[in-house]
Design a binder for this molecule. Structure first.
Ligand SMILES: Nc1nc2c(ncn2[C@@H]2O[C@H](COP(=O)(O)OP(=O)(O)OP(=O)(O)O)[C@@H](O)[C@H]2O)c(=O)[nH]1
Ligand SMILES: [Mg+2]
Length: 350
């Protein structure tokens, strides 16, 4: 299983200094000490959220420092506290202190919040030190420094999208074009022997995780080829991309599609019934337009979503990602609506 890892530096803000001042007003001889306290430095918290699934954004942005508290002022004015910073991480993130190896927190559900670097306390102003025996203290405190440390964030990636298809369908080539994953690619079957996961950056802090698994051939469920055990890596995905080579290298794309479909069915009903997009590949090497048209017609007749790409030329890749993003958004919305409805019926039942 692939692990997404990020290293970040967090630093709480320093506290503001306490102030030393004395009240000076007309007609008030020897006004007392009036220096206010410094404000607290900002703290840094980590909070888990369901809205993301990778740590990619921390790689662009590893340094997090909260602001310092304002210094205290005369007339016993307290310096303003600095704002806290809340860093969001996906559910499933494990946070450890890099230096000590201590586990700070394992975020297992959304909305958990942990303090990871506290801001420094503000120093006390001289007004705080006045006592009956020392009514004009001439000292004040400095603000305390904020805590700082290096943290290691780790997340087991769970794929959102699985790539399935015959060997040589172009699965590894596709993942290498849309993510930083660099699996081996070759023109012989079973190039991929182990699943690869790739993180796709959709912009706007949105990411998706794609799993590229070894090709399936007829009889995979009885162990032919590399077998079908790799399908467990797509069991938890929300969407499958079923890649079908439509170039001259394949004799019959529809038969190819059906072969893999049967294997999915034989492996598990649930996997076979997952939402999917049929993706015709290697458009650049298409020598017979009809091959593509027939597959498209076949899909339309069965209400299967269809898209075509060339990983070699890049044609259709952006559109494919947009389509995938839209599907995943739809599923998420449906899920949210379903929980709202079940919450509602729960409320009615009470
Ligand atoms: N012309 C062309 N060739 C492609 C394209 N995509 C993949 N190929 C070629 O097809 C062959 C197989 O590609 P892979 O990405 O290794 O296929 P795979 O589905 O991962 O295959 P397995 O790992 O064996 O299951 C390689 O020679 C690729 O260069 C494409 O868009 N156009
Ligand atoms: Mg491959």
């Amino acid at each position: 299983m692939l692990i997404d890892r990020a290293r970040i530096h967090v630093r709480g803000g320093n506290g503001g200094n306490g102030c030393m001042a004395f009240r000076r007003e007309k007609f008030v001889p020897r006004g007392g000490p009036s220096g206010g306290d410094g404000g607290r430095g900002g703290s840094i918290y980590i909070e888990s959220t369901e809205g993301m699934n990778t740590l990619l954004h921390f790689r662009y942005n590893p340094e997090h420092t909260a602001g310092r508290g304002r210094h205290g002022e005369g007339s016993k004015r307290h310096g303003a506290n600095a704002e806290d910073i809340v860093l969001k991480v996906p559910v499933g993130t494990l946070v450890t202190d890099e230096l000590t190896g201590e586990i700070i927190h394992d975020f297992t559900s959304p909305g958990e919040r942990m303090l990871v670097a506290s801001g420094g306390r503000g120093g006390r102003g001289n007004a705080q030190f006045a006592t009956p025996t020392n009514r004009a203290p001439r000292y004040h405190e400095e603000g305390k420094p904020g805590e700082e440390r290096w943290l290691v964030l780790e997340l087991k990636l769970i794929a959102d999208v699985g790539l399935v298809g015959l060997p040589n369908a172009g699965k590894s080539t596709l993942i290498s074009r849309i993510s930083a994953a660099r699996p081996k690619i070759a023109d012989y079957p079973f190039t991929t022997l182990e699943p690869n996961l790739g993180v796709v950056d959709l912009g706007d802090y949105k990411t998706l995780v794609v799993a590229d698994i070894p090709g399936l051939i007829e009889g995979a469920h009885t162990g032919a080829g590399l077998g079908d055990r790799f399908l467990r890596h797509v069991e938890r995905t929300k969407l499958l991309l079923h890649l079908v080579d439509v170039s001259g290298l394949s004799k019959d794309p529809i038969a190819d599609y059906e072969t893999v479909s049967h294997e999915l069915e034989a492996y598990s009903r649930e996997v076979a019934a997952k939402p999917k997009i049929v993706v015709a590949t290697k458009l650049d090497a298409l020598d017979d337009e009809d091959r593509l048209k027939e597959l498209e017609r076949y899909c339309r007749a069965r209400n299967l979503e269809f898209h075509s790409i060339s990983a070699a030329s890049g044609k259709g890749l952006k559109e494919l990602l947009r389509l995938v993003e839209k599907r995943l958004d739809d599923f998420k919305r449906e899920e949210e609506e379903a929980t709202q409805i079940s919450n509602l019926s729960f409320a009615n039942a009470e």
